[in-house]
Design a protein around this ligand. Structure first.
Ligand SMILES: Nc1nc2c(ncn2[C@@H]2O[C@H](COP(=O)(O)OP(=O)(O)OP(=O)(O)O)[C@@H](O)[C@H]2O)c(=O)[nH]1
Length: 306
């Protein structure tokens, strides 16, 4: 009888152990899956998006409310500043003709991107079918979706003020009053007439007043406006206006030099030409010497490689 009880006890404990093992296995698998798919970091980021508020925002929005979101790659954004810059550009008549209510995929509209990708996928399928392409071919079947994702997540995310970069500035306690130039900033954009690539560089200079800007933030502003269907003149104006707004000075100079693939690869097919645009404000515009110095400094070779 005692033996029978012992066997029963052992069976019970074995069952219990098995149950614990199953639970551990199940949760372990689920946990791994969430991590492997990146859902957990995405969830954390989504929560941080929702936590956005405009508390602590300074007058022009620099150093203000920051969020970690991932429009195209991980970087800090400042939607508040994005909307302020958007209204500033509207007032100046140089904003891209678009509706931020449609393009904003923030907070409660997080599903917008997915919906847009679905819609563009369907439309692009149609375009390919009209061209006579076989969408059952394994190399072509996913192209409509690739193109849709590229438009929404990779090349046109600058149409969303929510993705405007966080701009860090520090007090100009060293009283630096000469020009600062960020040169050879990569410009990768798309022309709004043909939706093909614009490949170039930008040089941006400014003369600090009360505050100096984090250098990479200049590159980020150039990148933000490049991630839209553009024409080079507007791109140049927008970079200038946004930077002079956040730096609270007109003493800003922007030059963009780019090759337009709509000129290079189609139409006139001129492979050698490039386009130069510039916007000089404040002292860069009014003072011949300052203007000349900017032009001279952007032309000197890179110190580290030549
Ligand atoms: N001003 C300006 N024009 C641009 C830019 N990007 C493309 N374009 C031009 O936009 C123009 C559109 O002209 P359209 O005659 O309507 O178009 P198209 O028939 O394709 O013109 P072609 O390119 O000459 O074949 C072209 O001349 C392009 O070179 C830009 O950034 N700025």
């Amino acid at each position: 009888m005692k033996k029978f009880h012992n066997v029963k006890k052992k069976r019970k404990s074995l069952k219990k152990n098995l149950l614990v093992l199953h639970i551990k296995f199940f949760f372990g698998m689920a946990f791994n899956k969430i991590f492997a798919s990146g859902s957990l970091p995405a969830l954390v980021k989504f929560r941080s998006r929702c936590a956005y508020s405009d508390e602590n925002d300074s007058s022009n929005g620099t150093n203000g409310s920051i969020q970690e979101v991932m429009p195209a790659s991980a970087f800090k954004v400042n939607p508040n500043l994005g909307y302020k810059v958007h209204h500033h550009l509207l007032q100046l008549g140089i904003e891209t003709p678009y509706d931020p209510l449609i393009t904003d995929s923030s907070n409660e509209n997080a599903a917008n991107n997915a919906r847009k990708i679905e819609q563009i996928t369907d439309k692009f399928k149609e375009i390919m079918e009209i061209l006579g392409l076989d969408l059952t071919n394994d190399s072509l079947e996913k192209t409509p979706r690739r193109v849709a994702k590229m438009y929404v997540e990779e090349v046109f995310w600058g149409l969303n003020p929510h993705n405007f970069p966080h701009i860090s500035t520090v007090k100009n306690s060293m009283k630096y009053d000469e020009m600062v130039i960020e040169r050879n900033i990569n410009v990768s954009s798309h022309c709004e007439h043909h939706f093909v690539h614009i490949d170039g560089i930008a040089h941006v200079g400014y003369i600090p007043k009360e505050r100096v800007i984090g250098l990479s933030k200049i590159n980020r502003v150039v990148r933000y406006f490049s991630k839209r269907p553009q024409i080079q003149e507007r791109l140049t104006e927008q970079i200038y206006a946004a930077l002079s707004y956040v730096l609270e000075t007109q003493d800003v100079a922007v030059t963009v030099i780019a090759q337009h693939f709509c000129v290079k690869c189609r139409g006139i097919e001129d492979v050698n030409c490039n386009t130069v645009t510039s916007k000089l404000g404040g002292i860069f515009q009014t003072d011949q010497k300052t203007r000349g110095e900017f032009i001279r400094l952007i032309q000197i070779p890179n110190a580290n490689c030549q």
